[in-house]
Design a protein around this ligand. Sequence first.
Ligand SMILES: O=C(O)CCC(=O)C(=O)O
Ligand SMILES: [Fe+2]
Length: 204
Amino acid sequence: MGRSRPDLPFNLSEKTTLEAKIGKPLILGSYKDTHHYCQAIRQIIADPGLLSIASSYLGTQAVYVSSELTWSFAVPSTLNEQLKAAQVFHYDIDGYGCVKFFFYLTPVEEKNGPHIYLLKSHKNKKLLHQLMGQRTASISDEVLTKQYGSENILTICGDAGFGFVEDIYGFHKGSPPEQGSRLLLQIEFGTRAYRDPRHFERSA
Ligand SMILES: O=C(O)CCC(=O)C(=O)O
Ligand SMILES: [Fe+2]
């Protein structure tokens, strides 16, 4: 399903046809709340290990919030498109404390759109950036990197099956793949079960 066009659901095999129909290449293809139709993902969500990591980080019983399975395609994109695709530095506020588990389902090297985190930015966020909330996504990556230190950039590569967990209150992004397509599973836990938290539809 297209992230910003939920009215245009498609299977991966129909991608080329859909691209011809809309007249431009797709940047992302996203399946939301994947537990509804995938038993394997339901099993991961219910994994006691994940729950215990999330609970110990949040300091309270963590609850499942949402999940998403996303293809990122290697296509040229504008800054505005990258902004809508979570491909520029941003942070997410989906409640009082949220952690997200990320699993690469395709191998991810430097050129395949690795996830990038600005270390420590979940703790030492500047007051202005706290006040700006999700509008900080409009600040350029260069400026944010300068302010939080290029030594804090963590680029996460890994094989298919590799996973990591992060506090999404820190600045992060998925870099646009230069080649290959990246398939990513995201599973979010929070302190409360928010319904359909909206962290993707940022205004440009
Ligand atoms: O694609 C990624 O690696 C990050 C996705 C993300 O941060 C988001 O969807 O909010
Ligand atoms: Fe994010």
